[in-house]
Design a binder for this molecule. Structure first.
Ligand code: 13P
Length: 246
């Protein structure tokens, strides 16, 4: 059985380093011994070098800049992240598009520099309105076209419909049946660009302990990106266990 990915996106939480450390420690205890799962915690930049991950938990960032170094006030380079011990970086999250106006060109450049730095980019794509995923393949292609097959081996793609994110106003939970079309489209693009190289495809949007098994059971899904439910150690640990059928 291939490895399954459980990526915790803490977003702009919690408030203090003490809480962040306690949360990471409890997650490490809660998922210890679960086989076949790659568990990744993505805290805010300020906590990145501070939370001691257990050997079986990887650390990721929620963003990075597209240059290696230089006069870019307020930015964090992928080289700095790698030096801190990060293995992954989430790129192109819809919240960055929505609140910061991040463009596809910027995300594309970030993906390339993250790869140069030795990070695994976790690339998010998803439509704003339910049922409008026809542009999904085009959007994804715009971000990853031109990468070589070796790069593709380090890539992860997340299908993250904005309407299904727990904090989206008026949004609602996706059902497993909503994912079939979009996941097929993502797989089609990946196959066209990289042949049979296995790129993991994850799902993100209101994933919880109660529904994770449904999402993990969908053909072509290799993991989940979790927001709200990753902020409680007991919930996230239960989610990882249930996703792995435990
Ligand atoms: P929720 O799990 O809170 O819906 O968040 C999804 C998400 O945006 C993960 O990056």
């Amino acid at each position: 059985m291939s490895k399954k990915y459980y990526i915790a996106n803490w977003k702009m939480n919690p408030d203090t380093l003490r809480e962040a450390r306690a949360l990471a420690l409890s997650v490490a205890r809660g998922v210890k011994g679960v086989k076949g799962a790659e568990v990744v915690i993505c805290p805010s930049f300020v906590f990145l070098g501070e939370i001691g991950a257990a050997p079986f938990i990887k650390i990721g960032a929620q963003d990075c800049f597209w240059e290696k170094k230089g006069a870019y006030t307020g930015e964090v380079s992928p080289i700095q992240l790698r030096a801190l011990g990060c293995s992954y970086v989430i790129l192109g999250h819809s919240e960055r598009r929505q609140y910061l106006g991040e463009t596809a060109e910027q995300v594309k450049a970030k993906i390339r520099m993250a790869l140069v730095a030795g990070l695994r980019p976790v690339v998010c794509v998803g439509e704003e309105k339910k049922g409008s995923h026809v542009q999904l393949g085009t959007r994804l292609k715009q971000l990853i076209k031109g990468l070589d097959r070796k790069d593709a081996q380090r890539l992860l793609v997340v299908y993250e419909p904005v309407w299904a994110i727990s904090t989206t106003k008026g949004g609602r939970e996706a059902e497993a049946s909503d994912l079939a079309g979009p996941v097929r489209e993502i797989r089609r693009v990946l196959r066209a660009l990289f042949g049979s190289r296995p790129v993991p495809v994850l799902y993100g949007g209101s994933v919880e302990p109660d529904n994770v098994a449904d999402f993990m059971g969908i053909q072509g899904i290799d993991g989940v990106l979790v927001g709200g439910a990753s902020l409680k150690a007991s919930e996230f640990s239960a989610l990882v266990r249930k996703g792995q059928g435990r």
